[in-house]
Design a protein. Structure first.
Length: 348
């Protein structure tokens, strides 16, 4: 299915009998990677994996973004590996700096406290700009404005299986908005007030909360408290029209005003996830259970042996994180009303 090397035979909609040959039409999609120059050699294997497993067949473009100018070495090597058009953008200052209403002394004091408490990335200023950028600005970069769909790729990831269909067309044709591969619990200490701010937002704009939302997955008490479940945002395949729409734009502005990017350490993953779970019907969320993916210590590996053979996967099934306790995969299957893979209980 969706093989650009083959001509697609389609029934002509105007006359039932005739068939016409139409060329393969790709989605309006791009890969997007935020990275530093210093990460070049950790990024190249990620690109190679995505190209070998998927993009060599489709040649989708790739946008690279950085708060600094990319070096010539970075651009040359990356361009050599990407089979679509590789584009390099510098992030505008307004998307990577403090809003004027943020108290920088207070922000610095928080970083110091978080360092003492050994909260991961708690002491880093750059990490906070990164999370704010990935929450509210990547889809507004001029290079990204040309596209509707994106697949986010980070340095040091692995792709374990052949992805032999066009994931962007899949999203489009199945009316999906947000796709992910790994879900997990957030560290409470990084988002102490995120749920309170989200509740304030919902009270102010109840019209944005979808009646078929996925609240059950993010809250175990009907919205009273947040259970910390979120989609891991280092791999997202999604529709930027959602981020660009009114509900998310107002939500991001509300959160940005509240100051939690700097006074706490709010991540883009819980923020994206809360918006997806609340402002969309849950039918628009898609779990890509078939990619095979690793980022840092967590792995998705398809549990079915035959599937792994057919898709030339090179992961170890026992490393699969989906049904482990710290994941939110089991809850995802249950709240979404999906049937868990036959093998699941052997991998908890
Ligand atoms: P983690 O995945 O949460 O552990 O965080 P990472 O360190 O992987 O950062 C997430 C993404 O943002 C990766 O693609 C990084 O390359 C990128 N990133 C993080 N900090 C910076 C930064 O200061 N500048 C740039 N240009 N990219 C960054
Ligand atoms: Mn990362």
């Amino acid at each position: 299915q969706y093989d650009p090397n083959e001509t697609v035979i389609e029934k002509d909609k105007t006359s039932k009998m005739a068939i016409k040959q139409v060329p393969y039409e790709r989605a309006n999609a791009t890969f997007v990677t935020l990275a530093r120059n210093s990460e070049l050699y950790k990024l190249l294997p990620s690109i190679r994996a995505v190209e070998d497993r998927f993009n060599h067949k489709y040649h989708y473009d790739w946008v690279f973004l950085n708060d600094e100018e990319f070096t010539d070495e970075f651009k040359t090597l990356v361009t050599a590996l990407v089979s679509g058009k590789a584009q390099f953008g510098k992030i505008p200052k307004e998307h990577w700096s403090y809003p004027e209403y943020i108290d920088k002394n207070k922000a610095a004091a928080v970083r110091k406290q978080m360092k003492e408490k050994k909260i991961i990335y708690g002491d880093l200023e750059s990490y906070r700009h990164m999370c704010r950028f990935e929450s509210g600005f990547f889809y507004r970069h001029p290079l990204m404005e040309n596209y509707r769909w994106y697949w986010r790729v980070e340095p040091e990831i692995q792709i374990f299986c052949d992805v032999d269909y066009d994931v962007f067309k899949y999203m489009e044709e199945n009316n999906k908005t947000y796709g992910f591969t790994i879900s997990i619990h957030e560290f409470r200490a990084t988002i102490e007030t995120l749920w309170d701010e989200t509740k304030k937002f919902m009270a102010k704009f109840p019209q944005f909360v979808d009646k078929d939302n996925f609240m059950d997955w993010i809250s175990d008490d009907k919205g009273e408290t947040y259970n910390l479940c979120h989609f891991w945002s280092n791999l997202e395949i999604a529709d930027m029209d959602f981020w660009r729409g009114e509900a998310y734009t107002k939500y991001f502005d509300h959160l940005d005003r509240a100051g939690g990017f700097f006074y706490e350490r709010w991540g883009d993953a819980p923020i994206h996830s809360l918006a997806v779970a609340l402002f969309l019907p849950k039918s628009k969320i898609h779990y890509f259970d078939n990619i095979g993916y690793k980022h840092s210590v967590y792995t998705q590996c398809p549990l079915n042996h035959d599937f792994r053979v057919q898709h030339k996967c090179h992961c170890v099934a026992k490393d699969d994180f989906t049904f482990r306790g710290y994941s939110c995969g089991k809850q995802y299957y249950e709240k979404m009303g999906l049937t868990k893979p036959n093998e699941w209980s052997k991998f908890t």
